[in-house]
Design a protein around this ligand. Structure first.
Ligand code: SF4
Length: 224
């Protein structure tokens, strides 16, 4: 599993609320706590990728259990087969870190690396974790398109670009599914509804919509 090395991530305790939450998180029914990753979850994928997908944060019993973004919960069960069908991986299965999955032309990470209560990081946690995201984006030499999955990830990307002096005002880049903006450094930022269980159950996100979005990002990657 190829990963960008993020020094300090493994033992990071910058967010006391999240550290405390991890310490008391109970395993899902039928699972044992010792089998959980229970720590910051690093991104993974193709280090030569043109596309980086940024999610919100690890799921309590998905990425926080398996140690790999979007692996082991409903969001990943929906997404990985579609990524495979679109040519972004060698297989559709994504069970755990030993399943043999490799990504092609895509790197996947989260805006916040530790699982938050109720899937809702607070503003300070996005801020604390942004330096890791910044290092990941900077390390991807062939990066052309950043996919932000959901508004939380999207806003954190925009705040990173503002901190870096690349953009002035967040309001100039409104979130909408499929919205895509060329940043001053030539990268594309593309917004996508999250593949969360809630969005899938309510029909806000479905396979045709996600497939269409993946096509868009592949076109954007060619355009750069
Ligand atoms: S969310 Fe990020 S900054 Fe906060 S403790 Fe986890 S790794 Fe550190």
């Amino acid at each position: 599993m190829a990963q960008i090395e993020l020094q300090g991530l493994a033992g990071c305790v910058r967010c006391p609320r999240l550290v405390a939450y991890l310490a008391r998180l109970k395993p899902a029914k039928g699972r044992v706590r010792d089998a959980y990753h229970n720590g910051p979850v690093n991104g993974f994928g193709d280090l030569q990728a043109r596309i980086c997908l940024v999610g919100l944060a690890p799921g309590a019993h998905g990425a926080n259990r398996t140690g790999r973004p979007f692996t082991g919960d409903g969001a990943g069960d929906f997404m990985y087969p579609l990524l495979h069908a679109a040519g972004f991986s060698n297989q559709s299965e994504a069970q755990d870190c030993r399943d043999g999955l490799t990504l092609k032309d895509m790197y996947i990470t989260n805006a916040v690396k530790c699982v938050p209560p109720d899937n809702k990081p607070v503003a300070a946690e996005f801020t604390n974790c942004r330096p890791y995201l910044a290092r990941e984006l900077a390390a991807l030499d062939n990066l052309r398109v950043i996919i932000a999955l959901g508004k939380g990830a999207y806003d954190s990307c925009l705040k990173l670009f503002r901190e870096q002096g690349m953009i002035a005002r967040l309001v100039d880049y409104p979130f909408a599914h499929g919205a895509h903006y060329r940043l001053p450094n030539g990268l594309w930022l593309a917004a996508c509804y999250h593949t969360s269980r809630y969005n899938l159950q309510t029909g806000r996100m479905d396979a045709p919509l996600f497939n269409e979005f993946l096509c868009l990002t592949q076109q954007l990657a060619q355009e750069c």
